[in-house]
Design a protein around this ligand. Structure first.
Ligand code: ADP
Length: 472
């Protein structure tokens, strides 16, 4: 079998984070500085060309420059040189240098080096054949031809200045990078603490769940979705843990309920076969056997109903029907049994009109039958059973009220459990299986409605269920 390598989300997240950091650091280290340098150089170049062009337009566009004008011009160019961190030169084609802001004696001079490169407008890493002290970015724009055959205005910015600016931006970029990496680390760590750690706890807890015995409690007590999920899973875990026991109890209940009538039937049939029953008692024993077979039949049909509901309780055959008619049908079917105990059914309605509800007609009839049959079984002779319908908003309330033995307070929650019978009722009903109410509640729940009871021992019980009123 292929072995599946499992990894955790936490590990995936850490790997993801480390990859992001490593890749970005690699790119920054390999290309970051060069990229910034080229950007700074381009920016310097553009700004020097612009400065040179505007200097020519504003100060060097009128001929010729006498000493006085040169003095003024020197002052202007000194200012420009200081502001742009570059050396400003005016160089004529014959080599005469009337102005050079880098010349400390502030005097004219001569440049005898190569002038060909100067016609290129921009020359990088250039020293003007050793005239400049350091390698520079040189921008040279031609001057109008007023004297000396024309010339150039040269702006030379030392490369060291460009590098120091690039260093500054690179350091800033790296500081920002470390900040973002740190922040990302903190975010990822928080995600790990607040998302993955509780998730791991949930996974570990659920992995240990089983259908037998006590399941471990998932210890998450936060006030958020994880806390809610852990609470819900803990409830599921507890219920799941009871499943084995529940199944055993269920089978033992069924076995018990089948065994006692079968033992009785076997005993009587054996006695008849042995001929030990006097003929005059035969009728009595046959009736007992009939009663026990009825009990077995009821038990089997209840179990089949329950099984069907477990399987397909969502598949209801919904239709609109008159609930009053269903109640009348149930009264008719139970009237014989009720009459023997002198019990009367009384219907209380808001009006004589039909009251249309929406639901599974057959299953609702079964609920009515269970409730009204119980009411007859547990009512005192010579009493009334009230069946009342009321409409409230879009719901119809149906109640079945008897004035019988009632249900003890401590049993009120348990009567819905399968096979449960109150001690009080055992003497009154020997045929009961303890499944009727649990079937009824499942039917009503499947309709997304409620079935409840209020009861007082010695006074009586009232079962109430709701149904959606059919749309007019
Ligand atoms: P059963 O088929 O035995 O009646 P149910 O599930 O219908 O089973 O009822 C379960 C138990 O609830 C009954 O055995 C009885 O103890 C109690 N009970 C139900 N209805 C009434 C009632 N109207 N009055 C008193 N006890 C009732």
């Amino acid at each position: 079998m292929k072995k599946v390598m499992r990894t955790t989300l936490g590990r995936k997240l850490t790997a993801f984070y480390l990859i992001i950091i490593a890749v970005s650091l690699y790119f920054l280290a390999a290309n970051g500085y060069d990229y910034i340098c080229s950007k700074v150089e381009t920016e310097s170049q553009e700004s020097l060309v612009q400065t040179a062009a505007s200097l020519i337009r504003s100060h060097l566009n009128t001929p010729p420059y006498n000493e006085g004008e040169l003095g003024n011009l020197r002052q202007q160019l000194d200012l420009v040189s200081e502001m742009t961190d570059c050396r400003v030169l005016i160089l004529y084609r014959d080599g005469y240098l009337p102005l050079d802001t880098g010349n400390s004696q502030k005097r004219d001079g001569y440049y005898m080096g190569d002038k060909k490169s100067l016609s290129h407008k921009v020359t990088k890493n250039f020293t003007m054949n050793g005239y400049l002290e350091s390698s520079s970015l040189c921008v040279s724009l031609p001057l109008p031809d007023f004297s000396h055959g024309g010339g150039f205005l040269i702006l030379a910015q030392p490369d060291s200045y460009i590098y120091s600016r690039a260093d500054y931006y690179y350091n800033m970029l790296m500081t920002l990078y470390y900040l973002i990496a740190g922040l990302l680390g903190v975010i990822f760590f928080c995600i790990y603490i607040f998302v993955f750690r509780p998730l791991r706890k949930l996974r570990n807890g659920v992995k240990d769940f089983s259908i037998s015995g006590d399941n471990p409690t998932i210890e998450i007590h936060t006030n958020d979705e994880y806390g809610e999920l852990a609470d819900a899973l803990n409830v599921i875990g507890t219920e799941l843990g009871k499943f084995d026991e529940y199944q055993r109890k269920f089978i033992s209940n069924i076995s018990h309920d089948f065994r006692s009538p079968l033992t009785n039937i076997r005993g009587y049939v054996q006695a008849m076969a042995d001929g030990v029953i006097p003929p005059e008692d035969m009728d009595k024993y046959l009736h007992t056997i009939l009663f026990e077979t009825d009990r077995l039949t009821k038990l089997t049909s209840d179990l089949l109903d329950l099984n069907k509901l477990d399987k397909d309780n969502i598949f209801l055959d919904i239709s609109e029907f008159d609930i009053h008619e269903s109640i009348r049908n149930t009264i008719n079917s139970l009237e014989g049994t009720a009459a023997r105990k002198k019990i009367h059914f009384r219907m209380i309605r808001e009006s004589d009109e039909r009251l249309l509800v929406s639901g599974d007609k057959e299953k609702i009839q079964q609920v009515l039958h269970n409730l009204m049959d119980n009411a007859v079984k547990f009512s005192h002779p010579d009493s009334d059973i009230l069946i009342r319908t009321r409409t409230r908003g879009d719901k119809v309330f149906v109640s079945v009220k008897d004035s019988g033995i009632g249900i003890p307070k401590e049993d009120l929650g348990k009567i819905w459990d399968r096979f449960y019978k109150t001690d009080l009722s055992r003497g009154k009903d020997k045929l009961g299986t303890g499944l009727g109410l649990s079937i009824s509640r499942e039917i009503i729940n499947a309709h997304r409605q409620t079935l409840d009871v209020v009861s007082t021992v010695g006074v009586g019980s009232k079962f109430i269920f709701t149904l959606p009123k059919a749309a007019e």
